[in-house]
Design a protein around this ligand. Structure first.
Ligand code: 3HC
Length: 282
């Protein structure tokens, strides 16, 4: 029975997971590495809950109740008593493995350790723990309160029982579940990343302006966002890390980050979060 959920990382994805869990009645404890990042995450949570009220998705009492269920901390050991952990830290395998190792020591045997990774191997993370059957991918989409999908990723040693428990958990958050094998990018990013990288290549080649590339896709295909807008939304650094991880695994140039993406990341143009990516933001 899951009642208390621990979330590690209160960035864009972590805070979304905190929000949907708290709104669905779970007690949530979220760990960030320092007070500044934690405060930023909490501000983001409050703003999103307010937006939810403005859009009629929850009432004032629901907003307050959700907020009261969330506790922030900078101490990982505070997650010791949770019934499920979802990690949403940076897309770096070494960091994820070190965290999984620590969590394995910290939380009770049988507690599921889920990763929100977009592309890294669940089997590899699981191997860093003494409970590989309880390590699983739980991949949410940005913005988490709005996007209805969760991809469950079954590592080589993940048990069917854990997949079943995570399906129930994701459904209790109002999400629809798809299950994928542990292969880089799973379902969504396997298809999305080459498409996004191709849009950057089209811009590099001067095929069309940024606006025309995006309009072609929103108006011609009915997507909510064009690829360059979506890249800014997801974060160019995140996209770069995902592409690098997929390229390292597949050795297929479809996943190789184009030079412009790497340069923009090095320049600090990370998309919306840094107020500049393919577009400029206020
Ligand atoms: N809480 C609850 N609901 C909210 C909300 C909140 N904080 N904020 C907005 N909403 C709801 C709105 O009420 C609205 O619902 P309705 O249609 O029932 O009225 C819906 O969300 C859309 O909100 P808005 O009208 O404010 O916004 P837009 O219509 O401009 O849509 C968007 C914004 C949902 C971001 C849309 O542009 C979109 O779908 N973009 C594509 C996003 C996408 O592709 N995400 C996946 C990225 S890939 C990823 O995350 C994987 C990673 O591994 C890379």
């Amino acid at each position: 029975m899951i009642r208390r959920v621990g979330v590690v990382g209160c960035g864009l994805m972590g805070v979304g997971i905190v929000e949907v869990a708290a709104r669905s009645g779970y007690e949530v404890i979220v760990r960030e590495i320092n007070d500044e990042l934690l405060a930023k995450g909490m501000d983001r949570l409050k703003a999103s809950l307010r937006r939810g009220v403005e859009r009629g998705k929850l009432d004032e009492a629901g907003r307050e109740a959700a907020l009261s269920r969330v506790q922030g901390t900078t101490v990982l050991a505070d997650l010791a008593g949770v019934d499920l952990v979802v990690e949403a830290i940076l897309e770096q395998m070494n960091d994820k493995k070190a965290l999984m190792r620590e969590l394995d020591r910290l939380v009770a045997p049988g507690v599921v350790l889920a990763s929100n990774t977009s592309s890294l191997s669940i089997t590899e993370m699981a191997a860093a723990t003494g409970r590989p059957e309880s390590v699983v991918g739980l991949h949410f989409f940005n913005p988490v309160p709005v996007m209805p999908l969760v991809e469950i990723v079954k590592g080589l040693r993940t048990s069917d029982e854990v997949v079943r428990a995570m399906r129930e958990f994701a459904q209790s958050l109002g999400k629809t579940v798809v299950v994928a094998r542990d292969t880089p990018g799973f379902i969504v990013n396997r298809l999305l990343i080459p498409y996004l990288l191709d849009a950057i290549r089209a811009l590099e080649l001067g095929v069309a302006s940024r606006e025309d590339i995006d309009s072609a896709i929103t108006l011609g295909l009915g997507h909510a966002m064009g690829p360059l807008t979506l890249l800014d939304f997801v974060g160019l650094d995140t996209t770069y890390y995902i592409a690098e991880a997929m390229f390292a695994e597949f050795k297929d140039t479809r996943y190789a980050p184009p030079p412009l993406l790497r340069q923009m990341v090095l320049a600090g143009w990370l998309g919306r979060k840094s107020k500049r990516g393919f577009y400029e933001y206020q």
